[in-house]
Design a protein around this ligand. Structure first.
Ligand code: 0L1
Ligand code: MG
Length: 262
């Protein structure tokens, strides 16, 4: 690690305040160009600790930048990992206050809940398949705290991978009823199709993202517990949204997820 503990704490407070007060900041690597990957995840861990100390719960884990479309959109080649907290959840069919966010974008995600722990190294799609309890659809609302969504990977990891809101659909399915690679997704805003893709857009198979997450945590002496909700990453590029927009995502076999920006 390149940053001392006091700097980790200061940067976590700085980024979490930007999230909670909905204001943007410049990317932290501008001021700390030597920070490394461990520093970035240590800042994210401190943000998680701050939320838990305030009484919030971790509601799930997320993989980000896992689709070829998103990697291209953001000019990166490596997935990142973060978490979503309970207060970020909004109901299917409900409203999200645009004024509570900086410059939100939406992305459609194939999600799972685990029924057994997953611990890397050595996890792969087959290991993950054995640990999946059920599959369900969700839409993530990302909201980078960085001005104009301009960041590098270390900055975005420290910023908890732009987590801000998520909406889970109510239709769960067993994995053996689905082929996640060919599962189609159509993202509409105000009735207009903005993006579409199939599950294979996520690293060839959405569960490959979960395997990467398990291996990433395993390298840090951690595991994915049974009963964990995991978002495998946007299948398409993320689409910016404005106040008043109606979002509807059609997931083949998994139903629709819809909500409105009020
Ligand atoms: O969930 C995501 O893919 C977000 C990753 C962070 C980068 C971004 O804000 O697009
Ligand atoms: Mg995402």
């Amino acid at each position: 690690m390149k940053l001392d503990n006091a700097t980790i704490l200061k940067l976590a407070e700085h980024l979490e305040n930007a999230e909670l007060q909905a204001h943007d900041v410049t990317k932290i690597t501008d001021d700390y160009p030597d920070m490394d990957w461990d520093d970035a995840y240590a800042i994210q861990d401190e943000i998680r600790r701050r939320k838990e100390a305030r009484g919030n719960k971790v509601a799930g884990l997320k993989c980000g930048l896992t689709s070829f479309a998103k990697m291209k959109q953001m000019g990166v080649e490596t997935p990142v990992f973060g978490f979503v907290a309970d207060y970020m959840s909004r109901p299917d069919g409900g409203e999200i206050k645009h004024s509570e966010l900086i410059h939100p974008k939406v992305e459609a995600e194939i999600c799972i809940v685990t029924k057994a722990p997953l611990k890397g190294p050595g996890c792969h799609v087959g290991t993950v398949m054995a640990a999946v309890d059920f599959v369900l659809p969700a839409v993530e609302i990302i909201d980078s705290r960085y001005r104009d969504f301009k960041f590098d990977l270390k900055s975005v990891i420290a910023d908890n991978t732009s987590s801000s809101r998520f909406v889970i659909g109510g239709n769960m399915r067993n994995l053996d009823e689905l082929d996640l690679r060919t599962l189609g997704v159509v993202l509409e805003i105000n009735g207009e199709i903005k993006a579409m893709a199939a599950g294979a857009a996520v690293l060839g198979h959405p569960l490959a993202a979960v395997a990467m997450l398990a291996n990433h945590l395993g390298a840090r002496g951690q595991e994915i517990p049974a009963g964990t909700f995991i978002m495998t990453g946007g299948v398409t590029e993320a689409i910016p949204v404005a106040k008043g927009d109606n979002v509807n995502v059609r997931f083949q076999e998994l139903g629709n997820v819809s909500f409105r920006f009020a």
